[in-house]
Design a protein. Structure first.
Length: 273
C-alpha cells in the first residue's frame, strides 16, 4: 500500500492558537453554530464581516457528518466603524447559522477565546504545550537531577507515551482497513507525528532494525545547540510506538542530534527477538 495521502517537500506553518495579541488594535471574535451545512455558508459569513469593514485574522470551520458544526473567526476592525453587536444580528440571519456568540477582548489588543473548550484532535482531547513550557520543564528537570538521570526519566516517560500512541494508531488504521504494521507506521504514525507538531520523520525499517531521521524535531529546537544529544523524550516515544505497532520490544539509540550540531536527528532502531 502506498502513501498516496502524504505530501512531500512542502510545509506551511499553521497557527492553532485561538487568541490574538495586537496592541492598539480593535479586536473581536465570533463563534457560531452551524445548524445546517450548505455550499457557500463560509463565503456568506466572511462576506458579512468584510462588508462591514472587518479584517479576518483567524478563521476555523468544523462540520460533522450530520451537517452540524461551528465557525470561529477573529476580526480586526481598527480601520472601520464596525458595530460588533450589529454584526451578531447580521450573522444570525445567514441561512444555516444558529446561535452566534460575541467574544470581546480582555484588554484592548488582547483577545483570548475561552468559549470553545475543550480542544480535540479527532476524537481525542488535547492540551497544546507551547515550546517555552517544554524548554522550561526540560531545563528544570536537568538542573534538579542532572542530565543523565533527566535523559533516562524522559526516555521512559516517552516510551509509555509511545505505547499508548501506538495502540491509538492501530485503532485508527483498522477503521480504514489498514492492518500491516509497516503500513500503520507509514500511513498513520509518521503523518500524525508531523501534523501534531513533533517534527518530520523518515522511517526505514528492516527485520533487524532500521533508522529514523527527524527534521524540525521540537525537542531539539527548544534545546538549541546544547552540545549533546537531547532527544530523550521523542526517542522514547518512537521506541514505545514501534514496540506497540510491531508487537515486539524495540530499543532506540540516538546517533545524530540537531542539539549536538548535526543537521538532523537520527535514531537507530534495534528490534529484539
Amino acid at each position: 500500500m502506498g502513501a498516496e495521502g502524504v505530501v512531500k517537500g512542502r510545509n506551511r506553518p499553521i497557527n492553532l492558537g485561538r487568541y490574538a495579541v495586537s496592541p492598539g488594535r480593535r479586536l473581536a471574535a465570533y463563534s457560531m453554530d452551524i445548524i445546517e451545512n450548505r455550499i457557500g455558508i463560509l463565503r456568506d459569513v466572511a462576506q458579512a464581516a468584510a462588508e462591514r469593514g472587518g479584517d479576518i485574522l483567524y478563521l476555523h470551520l468544523q462540520v460533522s457528518e450530520g451537517g452540524e458544526g461551528t465557525i470561529f473567526l477573529i476580526l480586526d476592525a481598527t480601520e472601520s466603524a464596525l458595530d460588533f453587536e450589529e454584526l451578531v444580528e447580521e450573522l444570525n440571519e445567514i441561512e444555516g447559522v444558529g446561535n452566534v456568540d460575541l467574544i470581546l477582548p480582555v484588554r484592548e489588543g488582547l483577545l483570548i477565546d475561552t468559549l470553545n473548550f475543550p480542544a480535540y484532535v479527532g476524537d481525542r482531547r488535547v492540551a497544546i504545550m507551547r515550546d517555552v513550557l517544554l524548554r522550561s520543564a526540560k531545563d528544570e528537570l536537568t538542573k534538579r537531577i542532572g542530565p543523565e538521570a533527566a535523559d533516562a526519566l524522559l526516555y521512559n516517560i516517552g516510551f509509555e507515551m509511545g505505547l499508548g500512541a501506538g495502540e491509538d494508531h492501530k485503532k485508527i488504521a483498522r477503521s480504514v482497513g489498514i492492518e500491516d504494521p509497516k503500513d500503520v507506521l507509514e500511513l498513520v504514525t509518521v503523518p500524525l507525528f508531523k501534523t501534531l507538531g513533533y517534527g518530520e520523520a523518515e522511517l526505514r525499517l528492516s527485520r533487524q532494525g532500521g533508522e529514523i531521521r527527524l527534521y524540525r524535531n521540537i525537542e531539539c529546537e527548544v534545546a538549541g545547540v546544547a552540545g549533546r544529544a537531547s532527544c530523550s523524550l521523542i526517542r522514547g516515544m518512537w521506541a514505545g510506538v514501534l514496540t506497540s505497532v510491531l508487537g515486539r520490544e524495540v530499543s532506540v539509540e540516538e546517533v545524530r542530534c540537531m542539539a549536538a550540531g548535526d543537521g538532523y536527528c537520527e535514531l537507530k532502531v534495534v528490534q529484539r527477538a
